[in-house]
Design a binder for this molecule. Structure first.
Ligand SMILES: [Zn+2]
Length: 243
């Protein structure tokens, strides 16, 4: 669980491999990211006596929004943030404040996986809530946007502080590692020692049944071929190879 003074970050597991990040304020209020299902999320909140204040949505896929309607019936006062063009007002990002203005987040437009995809960055928590944009050693599939859009969305993540913790929506890291190991001859690893350390750390976490999320941006910048790709061509090569 991530820590700050009054704030903790936790993740609720839903479905086979989805995570719903939850930001908890003073052990009393909660902000969810992409609740794709309601019962396990509601149970989590009621077990801890948490008031649901905010739901942040990254994109429209069912495994990210499927629980919203039911959660709103149970917590009618919760505010749902579904970023639209009006919020962005011609810009790439907009700021929002939650928990009685105590915590500030920046919502950043990141089309590619879907056209409506957006991520939430919190500088105070050194954390990024990125839905299906980045995964451990991978990135989201390009379903609705173009390769160029996805590449430029990933460029926005690369500019964040390397200490940023990335809360993505799926536990895909081991699966993505397998793909990289199968295609290692195509990859010019900048830092083989770091890649080895990444693998060891991943195995140790998963062996103990622990999530590989949050990811550390510095580690992904070095080891994730979708983030270390320097050009659109290089990115497109990896994205097409992965299928
Ligand atoms: Zn998706």
């Amino acid at each position: 669980m991530g820590q700050s003074k009054d704030i903790q970050i936790d993740m609720i597991s839903i479905f086979k491999d989805n995570y719903v990040p939850v930001i908890i304020y003073k052990n009393s209020s909660a902000c969810l990211v992409d609740p794709g299902d309601s019962p396990p999320v509601h149970r989590y909140l009621s077990d801890r006596n948490l008031k649901l204040e905010v739901i942040l949505i990254t994109h429209h896929h069912p495994d990210h929004i499927g629980g919203v309607r039911e959660l709103l019936e149970l917590h009618p006062k919760a505010r749902v943030i579904v970023p639209n063009d009006k919020d962005f007002a011609g810009h790439d990002s907009f700021s929002l404040r939650i928990f009685n203005e105590q915590l500030s987040l920046v919502c950043i437009k990141t089309p590619g996986h879907t056209l409506d995809h957006a991520v939430y960055y919190c500088g105070d928590l050194d954390s990024l809530f990125c839905g299906d944009l980045v995964f451990g050693l991978g990135c989201g599939r390009v379903f609705e946007g173009t390769m160029a859009q996805m590449f430029s969305s990933l460029e926005k993540v690369k500019k964040l502080p390397p200490t940023t913790k990335i809360y993505c929506a799926h536990e895909y890291t081991e699966h993505n590692l397998k793909f990289i190991l199968e295609n290692l001859d195509q990859l010019s690893l900048e830092n083989p020692a770091s890649f080895k350390e990444y693998q060891q750390n991943l195995h140790s976490l998963r062996h103990r049944g622990l999530p590989s999320v949050p990811l550390l941006l510095a580690q992904e910048l070095t080891n994730n071929p979708f983030l270390s790709a320097k050009t659109l061509e290089e990115f497109t090569f990896w994205r097409k190879l992965k299928g």
